[in-house]
Design a protein around this ligand. Structure first.
Ligand code: ATP
Ligand code: MG
Length: 397
């Protein structure tokens, strides 16, 4: 019965010229989300800046459309809209009864009719229409009553060339449309945290590129495929993700061979950051993103984060999960649909070379001194690592 969806989006920061950028980005993302859904849809904007998804095909799957829309950042809520072509009051009275009958199973609620007319040429005032349609609903469903101040159901009736009726509001993802806030490079592992970190940053309108470090043959193709799968799940929210896969084996082996074993993790993390920064700056990214949160594991104490961060020369590192508890991160990963994939038990390149007792309070000077053991080989190894960059564009298909 619904022929369109009214898209409600945030007003903050979208005044003036930015408003068009915001709306265009929003419409583009809605189109992207709907590409996967069977049926034909048009995304339109009216003179007042209101955005609609209009269903053009005869048949469509309502649940697939609402699922797609609920993945678009920038949408606060959306309302399924019924179109009525015959605008006469007698017909509207019939249609409003039909609407309530189909949309509300339990016909015991307070309601209000809220009519607006685009053309003042309509033969009745908005208030007269409110009264007439309200009366029709009351007559048809005696369990309902009118409450104009705090109605449980607020039925909007917009009289234009055709009439729009809507009352249901489905919550959206919130945030800002992708592409309104630049681009960052996500360090994406196969774990629970980094996909959530990517989601949270993208929610603020940031486009996400990603980098994954693998260490074949110590890590398998299945582990790599898991990361590609995670990127695909995240791309439902973020749009296509340019995923760079870097072979990290030789650097990891060199660290293992030349550096103290209790410092392996932190040194490895620093090289990941350096490589990520290099790829990020070549791809117009304005920052790095990781899934770290304070104190979660030994490599995420404040001291470790300090030393990890110091390896990055010229870019901010965003850690959107910094203050979250593990359970909160798990809850979010379940909500965004990455959890089940994240917990698949494939080896991670970090876990293979992990020391029994890693330093939990590394000192920057000491770590930097340890890294000097790599001086003779590291430049070559870094160049070789960059050369392994395998780019997979995920979520474009
Ligand atoms: P996650 O669940 O995201 O893997 P984690 O709790 O396992 O995080 P670490 O393994 O210490 O934490 O990694 C911290 C962060 O470093 C990750 O959130 C991710 O951003 C990045 N990272 C770790 N391993 C890799 C990897 N192999 N490739 C790319 N990034 C990585
Ligand atoms: Mg991990």
């Amino acid at each position: 019965m619904f022929k369109a969806f009214l898209i409600k989006y945030g007003e903050i920061g979208v005044k003036g010229k930015n408003r068009y950028i915001f709306e265009d980005a929003l419409m583009k993302q809605i189109k992207y989300a709907l590409r996967r859904v069977d049926g034909e849809y048009a995304v339109t904007k009216d003179k007042g800046g209101r955005v609609f998804v209009e269903v053009k095909s005869e048949d469509y799957d309502y649940d697939s459309v609402t699922d797609a829309l609920s993945h678009v950042f920038g949408i606060i809520a959306f309302c399924p809209v019924v179109h009525v072509e015959d605008t006469s009051i007698d017909n509207l009275r019939r249609e409003i009864v039909k609407y309530v009958d189909e949309v509300y199973e339990d016909k015991h609620f307070s309601f209000k009719i809220n009519t607006r007319r685009a053309h003042k040429s309509y033969p009745m005032t908005s208030m007269q229409v409110d009264a007439s349609l309200g009366e029709a609903v009351l007559e048809a469903f005696p369990g309902t009553h009118v409450d104009v101040h705090h109605p449980e159901v607020d039925i909007r009736v917009e009289i234009r060339d055709i009439v729009h009726i809507y009352s249901k509001e489905i919550p959206g993802s919130g945030g800002m449309p992708l592409g309104t806030n630049g681009k960052c490079m996500l360090l994406l592992s196969g774990g629970i945290d980094s996909p959530v970190a990517g989601y949270m940053t993208a929610k603020r309108g940031v486009i996400i590129d990603a980098v994954y470090f693998h260490a074949p043959p110590y890590t398998s193709d299945r582990a790599k495929q898991k990361v590609i799968d995670l990127a695909r799940l995240v791309s439902r929210y973020t749009g296509p993700i340019y995923l760079h896969i870097i072979n990290f084996t030789d650097i990891q082996l060199a660290i293992y061979e030349k550096c103290p074993h209790d410092e392996l993790t932190i040194i490895m993390r620093r090289y990941m950051m350096r490589i990520a920064e290099h790829i990020a700056s070549q791809n117009e990214c304005l920052g790095l993103i990781t899934g770290e949160s304070i104190g979660q594991v030994a490599s995420q104490t404040l001291q470790s984060l300090y030393v990890t961060d110091a390896a990055v020369e010229s870019m901010p590192v965003y850690r959107p999960l910094i203050g979250m508890d593990k359970q909160e991160i798990v809850d979010l990963s379940e909500k965004i649909g990455t959890y089940d994939t994240s917990i698949l038990p494939y080896e991670d390149c970090c876990t293979i070379f992990v020391a029994k007792h890693p330093v939990t309070k590394p000192k920057r000077e000491i770590i930097e001194r340890s890294e000097h053991a790599l001086d003779s080989v590291i430049d070559g190894l870094l160049e070789e690592a960059y050369a392994t960059d395998e780019l997979i564009i995920v979520g474009k298909e």
